[in-house]
Write a protein that binds this ligand. Structure first.
Ligand code: HSE
Length: 307
């Protein structure tokens, strides 16, 4: 991210898509993917929003717009009156699919406003604002920092670390043509879990990080298992098991719900196209259209430049 002291009158921010959880890392792990939203922001006397691409037909174009709310959050944090803003969004991250479109919108506004104001807030505070807007830090951390991120709350602040991801793992995202609701997918989760299930996930998160560090692809299948969220969300996405099984049969090491769904994320060593096709056709057999894409990992996170 640019750390520039001189004021700029218009900025362009680019924010990557993200996939949270990676199976066991519920509200902890996030992976930034090379699919980007771009937003151009400039000071303005009123709120003016234009949107092209994903979500253009239903996203708000007034003060309720999440990019605008991100801008306002920065003005409030630095105790400056919010005069309004003109934003032009080019959205490539599908909305309501578990690919971090909401975190990307928060960060577009937050990073853009901070740049317009000459950078009064540091990166950690930008992340706090985005994670507070979201309610959980996993997508926001990955979108801001890039790579694979580990994040959590402590004393009302976010701590986050970005780790490299082995390049031999290919990531396939299956995006169904239906929107999911994160609120609904969180409402179905139990308030408490058994110690056995907590330990099951702790073991797998640790194994997953070890597998990435030591490039142990053989551990991925076990390391991407989960008992904290997917079992409770299965009924929202009845096709999930079948599609994940098809992905594994076609060679995926693991296949999990992307964030709160409905997209699925598969980790593949080898021929990813074959896995993408298998996932698409298994979804199609349920009568649900969708598309699968092989996406590279984004390792830089959110960036901005004068526009
Ligand atoms: N970790 C969150 C969840 C991600 O699974 O509910 C939501 O995007």
């Amino acid at each position: 991210m640019g750390a520039r002291s001189n004021l700029v009158s218009r900025v362009r921010v680019r924010v990557p898509a993200t996939s949270a959880n990676l199976g066991p890392g519920f509200d902890v792990l996030g992976l930034a993917l090379a699919l980007y939203n771009e937003v151009v922001l400039e000071p303005h006397g009123t709120v003016s929003v234009s949107i092209e691409g994903e979500g253009a037909e239903h996203l708000e174009r007034d003060e309720r717009n999440v990019v605008v709310r991100g801008v306002r959050a920065v003005y409030e944090r630095v105790r400056r009156p919010f005069p309004g803003v003109k934003i032009v969004c080019v959205n490539r991250i599908p909305t309501g699919r578990g690919l971090g479109s909401s975190a990307a919108a928060w960060l577009g506004g937050i990073v853009g406003a901070n740049a317009l104001l000459g950078g009064p807030l540091d990166g950690a505070t930008l992340l706090d604002l985005a994670a507070s807007g979201e309610g959980h830090p996993d997508n926001a951390a990955a979108a801001l920092l890039g790579g694979l991120t580990v994040s959590g709350w402590t004393d009302g602040r976010v701590v986050a670390v970005s780790l490299p991801v082995p390049p031999e793992i290919h990531w396939v995202v299956l995006i169904p043509d239906v929107e999911g609701s994160t609120a609904q997918a969180r409402a179905v989760l139990p308030q408490t879990v058994s110690r056995a299930d907590a330990v099951f996930n702790l073991q797998r998160v640790a194994l997953l990080l070890a597998a990435f560090r030591d490039r142990r692809a053989d551990l991925l299948a076990v390391a991407m298992e989960d008992r904290l969220h997917q079992p409770y969300r299965r009924h929202l996405f009845p096709w999930m098991e079948r599609v994940a099984a098809a992905a594994r049969s076609a060679g995926a090491a693991g296949c999990v719900l992307s964030g709160a769904g409905p997209s699925l994320l598969a980790a593949v060593i080898g021929a990813a196209d074959r896995v993408a096709l298998a996932m698409e056709s298994a979804l199609g057999e349920w009568g649900i259209p969708g598309r699968a894409a092989v996406l590279a990992v984004d390792s830089v996170g959110t960036v901005w430049e004068p526009a």
